[in-house]
Design a protein around this ligand. Sequence first.
Ligand SMILES: Cc1cc2nc3c(=O)[nH]c(=O)nc-3n(C[C@H](O)[C@H](O)[C@H](O)COP(=O)(O)OP(=O)(O)OC[C@H]3O[C@@H](n4cnc5c(N)ncnc54)[C@H](O)[C@@H]3O)c2cc1C
Length: 428
Amino acid sequence: MSALPVSSPPAGRYTPPSIAGDYSALTPKQTELLTIASRLGREKFAPRAQQIDRDAVFPFENYADLREAGLLGICVPEAHGGWGADFATYVMTAAEIGRHCGATALTLNMHVSSTMWTGFIADDLDMTAEQRANHEAHRKVHYRRVVGEGKIYSQPFSEGGAAAAGKAPFGTLAKKVEGGYLVNGKKIFASLAGAADYYGILCTLDKPGATQRDSLYLAVDKNGEGVSVTGDWDPLGMRGTVSRTLIFKDVFVPEIERLIPEGLYAQAALRWPHMFATLSPTYMGIAQAAYDFTVQYLRGEVPGTPPVKRRMYPTKQIAVAEMKVRLEQTRAIFLQNARAARVDPSKEIRLGLYAAHYTIMENANEICRIAVRTCGGQSMLKTLPLERMYRDSRCGSLMLPWTAELCIDRLGRECLYEPGEQDEQAVL
Ligand SMILES: Cc1cc2nc3c(=O)[nH]c(=O)nc-3n(C[C@H](O)[C@H](O)[C@H](O)COP(=O)(O)OP(=O)(O)OC[C@H]3O[C@@H](n4cnc5c(N)ncnc54)[C@H](O)[C@@H]3O)c2cc1C
């Protein structure tokens, strides 16, 4: 596979770089996926992004393109007909999509997580032979739906309490019944509400004394009896995610819809922490896009705007230099973290993961802030993408389980305490 540039503007114009910084360090599969994502992003997603944002509607057309390109199966193992992308390959591709439409990248992440958690993450977990065989039979059904039928999965686990932050069992309950489970509960901020074919919910097995170890991961058919979508959706940013509320009232979920064996979610959460760090690639993409826009704007090269150059002013040059420094810091930690992802990471990798997730989310918003200030008034009109990036970028740090605050909480605690350590009494 030849190393293709991310885009090919006319000669003499700024050429946006690869999201990975340099194509030469990529595998052939990574180059191929980034090339596809870049083409779709530039030609299809970017032109549609303004309307999706304005109307707060789900990007169905983008999903038709993703489906046609086979990207819905990016993390489905090759043996099941997918691309078999590993963690690093997926997050780079997601970041490339995020450059062009944040809402498409963020919702695709919810879908891809369902295939990643059941795919290479589940492969790394300890299971009995019976659990392994059972898991293989279950995921075959789900992968066939994704790869063969183009079905979309979402990932609603937020409930408005402490569960999504990992501090309490999920309030949505699944009672074991003949042939499956009976589900009752509510999920807030459920991206792809009404758009996904299956909602991949996290819930708790309904039994006395249930804890987080009794979490279940089930796929609920959007048309199932007792499933409904409520509430409106008119947020600051990431408007195309359409993250409305889901209600489950005595919903029967057949046993085959269990996405990983009972009790295994807790093991995955403990041993594969990078599974929660797949939201930040979207924001890596937005950071790159805000920088690219600024360079193009100051060079007078933004399509549809007068070719006025502003690059000769020293203050603009300093601002772009500051943005570039921050962008390269963000990319470095993004790539380092992407390549470090594994089962049972060392303490240093785990701490680096929190630092990376925090840095990407916060820097994306800071880069957008500098971009708006530097480009000025005309750049923040709704006919241009920068103001959308600015709003979308603010949403990253709010997302559980690892909000910016919770990353700092975890870092502070885990830097100072080894596992199992606690203080006998508070010292004032
Ligand atoms: C655009 C968008 C799309 C989303 N899509 C999805 C989705 O598809 N699926 C999904 O499950 N969720 C999704 N979410 C929801 C998101 O993960 C949060 O659950 C949601 O934003 C509600 O957060 P809150 O700030 O109201 O939470 P609150 O519970 O009010 O928490 C407020 C803040 O307090 C801190 N906090 C919370 N609990 C604790 C604790 N126990 N200890 C210490 N600090 C704590 C956190 O920093 C948190 O941000 C989405 C959110 C957004 C903005």
